[in-house]
Design a protein. Structure first.
Length: 233
């Protein structure tokens, strides 16, 4: 049992999918404020996530977000135990560069804190609990491409760093672990503008989480987001 608990603590930081952050500013031009809501989904070899996200952008460059995710972990990832988690992740974004006639691309910077609340009847039966907190920062580059009068696409790519603090508490004692991972993300923001000026967005994405520890495996997350963005022209 002790080996199992230690193994849980070791793999925990590398397993947690990072909660998707709401995106508002990426859809808006400089000087245009707006807000958005989205449904998110993510799947990897270690977990499946379902989430909701919301955010507000001030003039297309300063943004505040709140992201809520339910995470269902694969049993093999936790030595056969059934483990779930609820993640609360506020984030702030800053977009210092916006695409224009002089500037070919836009730049976005994001900082996010995520707190994970775990639940598991299997672990409760042996008086064991898990906890984790993540701090993430990332930078992304994107460019809007107009396809028709009301349809466009925004290819985007980014790199990020996440540091995780995780612990296992049990009758055998507490085991703490922290780790850092690097993420590479690629997405395509598909936009449709309806007659009322609302933006309907569909975003397929791929994120590769690369841990810096030798014992951890690289995890690839396939994501999908459906959102509604309302600008305040």
């Amino acid at each position: 049992m002790k080996r199992t608990l230690i193994a849980l603590a070791i793999v925990l930081p590398a397993l947690a999918p990072r909660p998707a952050s709401a995106q508002v500013s990426i859809w808006l031009q400089r000087g245009v404020s707006g807000y958005a809501g989205a449904l998110t989904f993510g799947a990897s070899s270690t977990a499946t996530t379902f989430g909701v996200a919301g955010g507000y952008s001030y003039e297309g460059y300063l943004e505040l977000d709140l992201n809520l995710n339910y995470i269902n972990y694969d049993k093999d990832s936790f030595a056969g135990a059934s483990v779930h988690a609820f993640a609360v992740a506020p984030a702030v974004q800053y977009h210092p560069l916006k695409q224009s006639a002089e500037m070919p691309v836009s730049l976005g910077l994001t900082a996010q804190v995520a707190k994970l609340f775990f639940s598991s009847s299997d672990l409760d039966s042996i008086d064991t609990s898990l906890s984790e907190t993540d701090l993430s920062v990332n930078a992304s580059v994107y460019r809007f491409v107009k396809l028709t009068s009301n349809i466009g696409i925004i290819p985007a790519g980014g790199v990020g760093v996440t540091h995780s603090w995780a612990s296992v508490s049990s009758p055998l004692g507490d085991v703490n672990n922290d780790d850092t991972s690097i993420s590479l993300a690629f997405g395509a923001y598909l936009a449709y503008i309806d007659d009322a000026g609302r933006i309907w967005g569909l975003v397929p994405s791929v994120t590769v989480n690369i841990p810096t520890c030798d014992r951890c495996d690289t995890v690839t997350v396939f994501g999908l987001e459906l959102g509604l963005i309302i600008s305040q022209q």
